[in-house]
Design a binder for this molecule. Structure first.
Ligand code: SAM
Length: 346
């Protein structure tokens, strides 16, 4: 079992792709990758305990050890991850993605897999595919389909996979975790097969169509805090899907398509399906918002904990105001790498 210091090294050295640890030298990146996979299961308990926010456990851990994650990865946040996955399922009527990847993808990568719930379902539905889910946090279960493997990896570092080896790369809810999207998409482009697909899925700020969010509403404060905090943290929140589309196209992807879906917040919609999504989305906020904002507000923006608590209390009240027709949109953007050109002589 690893202690805190070793855990720090696991992230510092292995998470960042170095080929040596104190007392351990790797001959190749492949050897390092294998070692990372075996370490994954051993460190899970420790990471689980230490990446918390103050009420749940000391935040200082994140700062002192410089583990580059702005969200906690404890049980509360993992539950929220799975609630959000359920809302995605409702949104797509049980489908897992929109890109037309065909019936028989062979190699699939889920970047920043979180609890791995998307990757697990994908691997179950496509037993012939070999699926890899990566994350900085080893919070994924160990009982998974045989065609799925989880790895600790920092997606913002150089990717170690064989170039042009994936049929499909899936990136969901990494907004605020990435400093340089162009370089992330460039890695994805280099590693997807010619003709293969990428799909990027992100949420957007809280808004309304009928001015039921008053100008002094805590929802505006919330949007601003996540934006300012992300910017100051060096991993800004992308607010416009045009930015994603431009970056994908800049990386070389073509046939870029966007679909947007409204997620009401609370059960205010008459439409039964949207009402159900709204009730789940309110739970999503109630479960997740403390973890989403705590690090940004306290460590990055320098707020006192009381101020954060006040905002969260106001948010909790606002989430249950029936007359406020708030929603946030989720955006699915997918594109493909141009197919390989067939030369004139075949
Ligand atoms: C909001 S969760 C989304 C999880 C999953 N994609 C989903 O949609 O269910 C974001 C995840 O990204 C991971 N993450 C953040 N920065 C990362 C990085 N640089 N490399 C890999 N994973 C990262 C976090 O640890 C967290 O599990």
């Amino acid at each position: 079992m690893f202690g805190p210091f070793e855990l720090f090294n696991v992230f510092r050295y292995c998470g960042l792709g170095h080929l040596s640890l104190p007392g351990q030298q790797f001959r190749s990146r492949l050897q390092l990758r294998r070692w990372r996979c075996c370490v994954r299961d051993n460190v899970s308990q420790i990471v689980y305990i230490q990446l918390h926010i103050p009420e749940r456990a000391p935040l200082q851990w994140i700062q002192e050890r410089r583990i580059p994650v702005r969200w906690p990865n404890d049980e509360q946040q993992s539950d929220q991850n799975d609630i959000m996955h359920h809302i995605f399922n409702l949104t797509l009527d049980g489908e897992l993605f929109l890109a037309p990847i065909g019936k028989h993808p062979q190699r699939v990568l889920d970047v920043g897999t979180g609890t791995g719930i998307w990757a697990i379902e994908f691997a179950d539905r496509f037993p012939s595919a070999s699926v890899i889910g990566t994350d900085l946090s080893p919070i994924q279960p160990s009982m998974v389909p045989p065609n799925l493997q989880f790895e600790i990896d920092d997606c913002c570092e150089e990717w170690l996979y064989t170039k042009e080896s994936f049929d499909f790369i899936h990136i969901r809810l990494l907004n605020g975790a990435v400093a340089n999207w162009s370089s992330l998409y460039a890695e994805a482009f280099a590693h997807v097969k010619p003709g293969g697909w990428i799909e990027c899925v992100e949420g957007n700020p809280i808004t309304s169509d009928d001015d039921t969010i008053s100008p002094d509403s805590v929802y505006h404060q919330w949007n601003q805090v996540t934006f300012d905090g992300g910017k100051a943290y060096g991993k800004p929140i992308i607010r416009s899907s045009d930015e994603v589309k431009d970056a994908l196209s800049g990386a070389g992807f073509v046939d870029i398509t966007e679909r947007r879906f409204k997620w009401p917040i609370g059960g205010w919609c008459k439409d039964q399906r949207l009402k159900e999504i709204g009730i789940w989305n309110r739970l999503n906020f109630e479960q997740g918002m403390e973890g989403w904002c705590w690090y940004l507000c306290t460590a990055v923006l320098g707020w006192k904990t009381e101020k954060v608590q006040m905002m969260l209390a106001e948010m909790r009240l606002m989430l249950r105001q029936k007359g406020v027709h708030a929603y946030n949109e989720v955006t699915f953007i997918y594109g493909r790498k141009p197919p390989a050109k067939v030369s004139a002589d075949g």
